[in-house]
Ligand binder design. Structure first.
Ligand code: GLY
Length: 384
């Protein structure tokens, strides 16, 4: 194996989260190597790019909101900095998000969600059907009403990946196009990652492998409780139909339509606990197109240019795993489930601060990867 420059930090995984962490860590003066044979090709490639803490707020996931808002607040400056560093646009769109419903049941579910938003102090306004259509004239006249979330925005995740790759290179991050085949563990400590042509050693390893994070050979059992949550998603092309994101309940089924700067419309997404099943099914494509066309009839005229399946990294509480794991030397930046794009800036800031200073901020501590481990299991993993 040719000699490589020594790194302070090896980041396993070059998706949006891994790249953002690497970039911030390099800005702290750390020598960083990112290992990925196809950066940005996992969940970051499929994601619609919604920055939607309110619209995505789910019952039982309230703990995520503070983190999500902290990240959304960082987005404008994060985007400005990435765009400046890379010279590339990342397609930030700040037209808000409109949630719409079709029948009495959809509307009841939507307004119950709106009551939940208000209980949590989140800003969202009910709109009549005609007010919804004044905002988005392409919406079907059959809709019954909606809720506007002015501060939920979107970005183009593919453009953001490309810009972060360039920003990483300019900041001196080494990008190694290899597959991470395992974790190197010696004397109860992570010492680097295993590649096909040898080990890449570093005092700190950041695990940012998304849905694959829990499966890395060498991990002590139970250290990274991440499971794949399959999502199928479509991309359409044609006449621009929407100014901002629209999310709809169509007879009880949720769908979203996200316009992007390149003129495409992203339509998503299914959510299935099917492991690493990578098939795009006729049923999913049918349902997504059907629901999108119910919400915006003009969708039927668009060209279907892409269908794909990827996996969200789910955790037991669907909040991310951030910071020191039970294995010394191993830091996690994974488990972002539905919110990887939104949470990339705050993840990067908090994890890079930990890597550079050894300090875990209170917010980072709330998402400690060790929150699921019993005392016995922690003793077992950390035993010398
Ligand atoms: N954040 C959108 C999704 O997970 O489908």
């Amino acid at each position: 194996m040719p000699a490589r420059a020594p790194a302070d930090v090896v980041v396993a995984g070059g998706g949006l989260v891994g790249l953002a962490v690497a970039w911030r860590a390099a800005q702290h003066g750390l020598r960083v190597t990112v290992v990925d044979d196809a950066p940005g090709s996992g969940a970051s490639h499929a994601a619609a790019g919604m920055l939607a803490p309110v619209a995505e707020a789910a019952y039982g996931e309230e703990s995520l909101l503070e983190l999500a808002h902290a990240s959304l607040a960082r987005y404008p400056s994060f985007v400005a900095e990435v765009e400046r560093a890379s010279g590339l646009s990342v397609g930030l769109r700040t037209a808000g998000t409109l949630l719409v419903g079709f029948d009495e049941d959809d509307l009841r579910a939507l307004f119950a969600l709106h009551d939940f938003h208000r209980e949590l102090g989140l800003a969202a306004d009910r709109l009549t059907a005609s007010a919804c259509r004044r905002r988005e004239p392409a919406l079907t006249p059959r809709l019954r009403g909606g809720v506007l979330v002015r501060d939920d925005h979107s970005v183009d995740p593919r453009a953001l990946s490309a810009a972060l790759l360039t920003a990483c290179r300019s900041a001196g991050v080494e990008l190694l196009p290899s597959r991470v085949e395992g974790l190197v563990v010696e004397d109860g400590r992570a010492m680097g990652v295993r590649l096909c042509d040898g080990d890449l050693r570093a005092p700190a390893v950041v695990l940012a492998l998304g849905a694959w994070s829990g499966r890395l050979p060498g991990l002590p059992p139970g250290t990274v409780p991440v499971r794949p949550v399959k999502g199928q998603i479509l991309r359409l092309r044609g006449e621009p139909l929407l100014s901002g994101t629209v999310r709809g309940m169509v007879h009880g089924r949720a769908a979203y339509l996200v316009p992007q700067a390149d003129g495409r419309l992203v339509v998503g997404a299914t959510t299935d606990e099917l492991g690493f099943d990578g098939r795009v099914t006729a049923g999913a494509v049918h349902d997504l197109l059907h629901d999108a066309a119910e919400i915006v009839p003009g969708v039927s005229e668009l060209e279907l240019v892409e269908t794909l399946a990827r996996w969200r990294p789910g955790t037991p509480d669907n909040a991310p795993l951030l910071g020191a794991s039970a294995l010394p030397g191993l830091v996690l930046a994974t488990g972002h489930h539905r919110n990887g794009v939104l949470l990339a800036p705050v993840t990067a800031d908090l994890v890079a601060e930990l890597l550079a200073t050894g300090q875990a901020s209170p917010l980072l501590q709330r998402f400690s990867p060790q929150r699921f481990q019993s005392i016995d299991a922690q003793r077992e993993v950390t035993a010398p």
